[in-house]
Design a protein around this ligand. Structure first.
Ligand code: OGA
Ligand code: NI
Length: 398
């Protein structure tokens, strides 16, 4: 690749979606159901990137992403402990699991069932929902666009699960399974609530008003949840492929429901740490938007999904996203004279449309928005009052 990060200049480019065409005969599930015994070349990882050559055999026992019991979050005496656990997990790991989160277990099971039933449909029916643009709404996955590009061992169905406005604007009306739309909009509304609870805890952890981070995302009712149902079919040679190659999420927060099969791994101090599949837990991670808003206090961490040769794996990834028009930038309360703003302001619509087009790889997309080291912090800051894009001279809170 000859193009440099700087020459992409995504900050000034107007976001627009690209057309996408999905060849259903190349969906992983289709290949596997045809009885393939060897992985096709576009999936093959070079030796140095394979799970077996990147994974440490003896990960220290203490290296486990935190599992946080949220039952006492609103308890007058113990609530602050839970807030601290969430905040620390976001500072140190960027990832944690939550249990006793108040989300209905029945609804979680219902959503996973919808996911199973959708992927069990005949290909001819799934095809009706094929993705049409790079916005990621519909059935499909990233295809190899040119020789030598490696693709992921996963098929996806993407849609807006919240809010109502988003569901109407870019609808995906699934006819079968019959309960799909109703179940998944209820699920999305609940995910949105959980995302608000986590953001509020993070705001409190940073010593701010509970609404602080949410307010940075633009009008509350215009933020939404984009959901991806993922199917990682059993792979005859799982060490030669990646379910999802290493990446960080462009979201505010991502909330993932796993089925009983592990596969998700987080990069921590150079080690790939597997995340156990705990029934009825959600895996939550900080996305790039919170990393930028919190001026890197809370980390958007690189992760990946490895493939397996068992019975396949399903997961539901829920990306909590801000209002499209929101200009995201380090919030004044996270910037000090000794820790000035590390990112330039960027409109979320521009960030995410570019993000969806750029192939996953070694580069961190968020780095394209870093303030150059030589004048770090001297250039940009969005006014404390609003997120509508007025760039003000830098002010410090210390
Ligand atoms: C993602 C992701 C994890 C999983 O969709 O961005 O990291 O377990 N998914 O499927
Ligand atoms: Ni991810």
């Amino acid at each position: 690749m000859t193009e440099t990060s700087a020459s992409r200049a995504p900050v000034t480019r107007k976001g627009s979606e690209l057309p996408v065409s999905v060849d259903t005969t190349k969906m992983v599930q289709f290949l596997v159901e045809k009885g393939l015994t060897e992985v096709p070349p576009e999936f093959l990882l070079p030796k140095n990137l394979r799970p077996s050559s990147t994974r440490m055999k003896n990960i220290p026992r203490t290296f486990q992403i935190p599992v946080i019991d949220m039952a006492k979050l609103n308890h007058p005496d113990f609530g602050e402990n839970v807030v601290r656990e969430i905040g620390r997990a976001c500072e140190e790991w960027g990832f944690f699991q939550v249990i006793n989160h108040g989300f209905s277990a029945e609804l979680m099971q219902g959503a996973m069932q919808m996911c199973g039933e959708f992927f069990a449909l005949p290909m001819e029916e799934k095809k009706l929902y094929s993705m049409k643009t790079s916005s990621g709404i519909g059935y499909g996955r990233r295809m190899a666009v040119k020789e030598g590009v490696r693709v992921d061992w996963v098929d996806r169905l993407g849609f807006w699960s919240a809010s109502e406005e988003h569901r109407k604007r870019q609808p995906l009306d699934v006819i079968c399974p019959a309960a799909f739309n109703a179940t998944m909009s209820q699920y999305g509304d609940e995910i949105l609530k959980l995302a608000h609870v986590i953001l509020s805890a993070l705001s409190r952890h940073a010593g701010l008003d509970g609404n602080y981070l949410l307010d940075r995302l633009g009008e509350t009712n215009t933020a939404g949840v984009r959901t991806g149902m993922n199917y990682y079919p059993p792979c005859p040679q799982p060490d030669l492929v990646m379910g999802i190659g290493q990446h960080a999420d462009g979201s505010v927060l991502t909330i993932v429901q796993q089925d009983g099969t592990p596969g998700l791994e987080v990069l921590k101090d150079g080690l790939w740490v597997p995340i156990p599949a705990i029934p009825e837990a959600f895996v939550i991670n900080v996305g790039d938007q919170i990393q930028m808003i919190s001026n890197e206090r809370y980390k958007s961490v690189v992760h990946r999904v490895v493939a397996g040769n068992g019975s396949g794996r399903k997961s539901i990834s829920n990306f909590f996203l801000p209002n499209w028009e929101t200009v995201v930038s380090p919030a004044p309360r996270f910037c000090t004279r000794s820790n000035p703003a590390r990112y330039q302001p960027v409109k979320f619509s521009e960030y995410i449309t570019e993000f969806m087009k750029v192939p996953l790889g070694e580069e961190r997309f968020v780095d394209l928005f870093k303030v150059p080291a030589r004048n770090e912090g001297n250039q940009y800051l969005i006014s404390a009052e609003g997120t509508k894009g007025k760039i003000c001279p830098q002010r410090f809170s210390d």
